[in-house]
Ligand binder design. Sequence first.
Ligand SMILES: [Zn+2]
Length: 544
Amino acid sequence: MAHSRPLLILIILGCLAIGAPAAAPSSKAEYLELRQDILDKVSGMAFDGSMSLTQIEATLDEKLRNARDDYIRTARHAHTFEPHKYFYEWDLEELHGSLLWKVMSSLPKGSALHLHSGSSGSVDWIVEEGIYMDGGHVYWEDDDLTRCIEPIGGQEVECGSSGTAAPLIKGTMAFYPSNVTVPKGFYCAKSLDSSSSSSRDSGSDFRKQLRSLLTSNESLKDMDSSQAWEFFNKIFVRVGPAMSFRPFYFSYLINTFQVHWDDNVQHIEIRSLVGTNGLGDLFDFSADGIRVYSGDDVVDTYRKALEQFQADVTPFFTMKLIISSLRVLDPETIEGDVQEAVDLFTRHRDLIIGFDLVAEEDPNHRTLDYLDVWMELLKHEERLGLELPLYFHDGESNDRNNTNMIDAVMLGSKRIGHGINSYFFPALFDQMREQGIVLEVNPISNQVLRYVDNLELHPVNGFLAEGINVVIAADDPGAFGYTGLSYDWWAALVAFQLDLRSLKQLCNNSLEFSGLEGEELEAARGRWQTGWDAWVERWDSELS
Ligand SMILES: [Zn+2]
């Protein structure tokens, strides 16, 4: 009996907290009215709740929803619904011939806001064209982890002698002019290609094998995330030395711009590794040996590539950079890298929009581990009278103990890359909505790297319903073996069952939450609107 009073109080408090039950509807009509109120509330709360449609858009919306639902119904019945399957098991030939693919690939998507240097362009360009540039070589023997090369210059060094020395694994690409010593095991790409057997339809075996070493594949399906990352990191080891060679990287950037422009993307933002201790340095061969490009010269390489593309192809394509370091590094190094980012941001305000830390989250440093760095940054910003926007990669995890999302929100991250495990932290949602924080959602990347299996069950579905804004992005399309954004947008349409209002909101988000500002943003909005209006008109007449 001694415990009966507290229990009674708890019961009373419980009743008060829950409130009185709603009165039962007195008729079927009243029930249906109340039910509709709930549905209206659900759609009003969603991320696209305030988006309106014009008359023609409303007509197209109905046709698009019908086409979407037709596909979903038919594919589910035939057990061919792609979002249920691993990306490398999708029937791409059938997809490319489908109506919804045509709709989504022609959609003016606005911006691609989550890309990385080294995986933003086409792997097919690398194996069909890029590696045959003058001096292109490939390490084409068994992996030898006892030997390493330095990405800058491609020469052999003792493993562990620097933070950038990389082990020799089959498929590593590097450039050597004729007067430079080529490390044992590297062969000229042109000779490897011409001496390999080939067929007219699928090219040489060398090209096929190299492509498979530079992309993830179906073998990752049975792995967990950390095994998938191990496989995935090797791709970056293989492309690293070639991506450090400035002429190759310059051409790769041009290819990156072209594949996005061809996919109806008008603006991209690349997380570019630039930092102290040689992080992200580029090089070229000169009469005196090697010329190294760091900091400003790396940024200048992006600027020149963009200017060339704007002059040769279209003045309407734009790009911004998010200077990035690696969360594998210690706080002292990150402090130096943040300082470097502030300096570069001050000097290149037209191109650089902020800072990020990249790499697999769970096994590496927490965002909180660098708290001293962020506190110092705040003081530094006060002294300089400027703010370096943060674009943290956080929440790429399904681990409750990964609390990086809390720091990303508290530190005022402008956008957050991924945010998958936000479902553990709904207490952040109000603040995210108030601060206008947007999640960069990369559906296929999340599935390939084993954070999500069935794309229909991607946690973003819940975030969208909670009114959290997102943008659709592709992360590392080159390393996943595709280009542009259409696969991710198509997956979002059918897996998240989006409608035209959602698509319009997502396109708008991709510009409004980009690093574009002022006149540049105004011009981008205008160009997107023209493309959107034409797209709406086309599909309103072509869809029945
Ligand atoms: Zn990423």
